[in-house]
Ligand binder design. Structure first.
Ligand SMILES: C[S@@+](CC[C@H](N)C(=O)[O-])C[C@H]1O[C@@H](n2cnc3c(N)ncnc32)[C@H](O)[C@@H]1O
Length: 279
């Protein structure tokens, strides 16, 4: 019934989502659902499951309904006002780990923490590192602090316009420069809003999604300018890119005096710009 309802609403993953939501309503994990099917279901449980299915039918993302999403093998709490972590962002973590593998106590800064998925994961995957992150959204910073605490990560968080607050922080206390500046910045062209999935367009925060009108590469250029000032000579900038923006990002990095390259994701889309100060 639950699956048929979501199918009628046009959802491609109706079966999986129906199972996830019914399990969530019963307070159990998806695999236990099948064991529970032998037992009678209380009417309040039916009501709870129906409410969740109705929300999903209105295209609210599953992660906001269940309040969680997995990223790099860990469960992150998420909610409205915070971007839901995406699988393609895990590539930033792989590249950062590879790049920092031989460094003793790397200093890492992130622009735009959202749920904290990048900052918290890097702090946990790179023992001995110091990770500082920031967001203009107080909801995002609160979510990052919550996830850091739950997952046992030590992350420094700053609230405010990222380039200003990170700039101040680094001027005060980072004489040797950053080993890594990393970001998944807002990169969706606002002109493409009508083509976005309703889950994204109608539920995820605009501040997290959209680049400034008419300047889709704004944050790449801003991050390159910041990297110029903040990176240590052997440091690097890693920025996640929107589909189709690889060439422009590479050209901007080269024009700004970096040795730069692009990394493709599993779908062969240029997904990450890596830029290192020219020796
Ligand atoms: C695409 S989301 C990335 C969130 C998270 N790092 C992730 O990968 O899921 C971009 C984040 O940048 C934040 N942001 C947008 N403009 C900002 C600014 N001027 N200063 C700091 N953060 C900003 C948004 O609030 C949002 O959390």
């Amino acid at each position: 019934m639950a699956r048929a309802f979501l199918e009628r609403k046009g959802l491609d993953e109706a079966r999986l989502e129906a199972e996830l939501l019914c399990a969530h309503a019963l307070g159990i994990d998806r695999l236990r659902l099948f064991l529970r099917l032998e037992q009678p279901i209380e009417s309040h449980e039916v009501d709870a499951a129906r409410d969740l299915l109705v929300r999903r039918g209105r295209r609210e993302p599953v992660a906001y309904i269940t309040g969680k999403r997995e990223f790099y093998g860990r469960e992150f709490a998420v909610g409205p006002g915070v971007l839901i972590p995406r699988p393609e962002t895990e590539q930033l973590i792989d590249l950062a780990r590879e790049f920092l593998a031989d460094r003793e106590a790397p200093l890492v800064a992130e622009f735009g923490c959202g749920s904290g998925c990048i900052a918290v994961t890097l702090a946990l995957e790179l023992p001995g590192s110091h990770v500082v992150t920031c967001d203009l959204s107080t909801t995002a910073v609160a979510q990052t602090r919550l996830n850091a605490e739950r997952l046992g990560a030590d992350v420094e968080t700053l609230i405010g316009d990222g380039l200003s607050v990170l700039g101040e922080r680094l001027r005060r206390e980072a004489p040797r420069g950053l080993d890594l500046l990393v970001s998944n910045p807002p990169y969706v062209d606002p002109a493409s809003r009508p083509e976005l999935q309703p889950e994204v367009r109608d539920y995820e925060p605009e501040l997290a999604l959209y680049a400034p009108e008419g300047d889709v590469d704004h944050w790449v250029k801003q991050l390159l300018a910041a990297a110029k000032k903040w990176l240590a000579p052997r440091g690097a900038l890693l920025v996640e890119l929107g589909a189709g923006r690889g060439k422009a990002a590479l050209a901007a990095a080269e024009a700004a005096g970096f040795d730069a390259r692009l990394h493709q994701d599993l779908a062969r889309i240029d997904r990450v710009l890596e830029a290192r100060p020219r020796a």
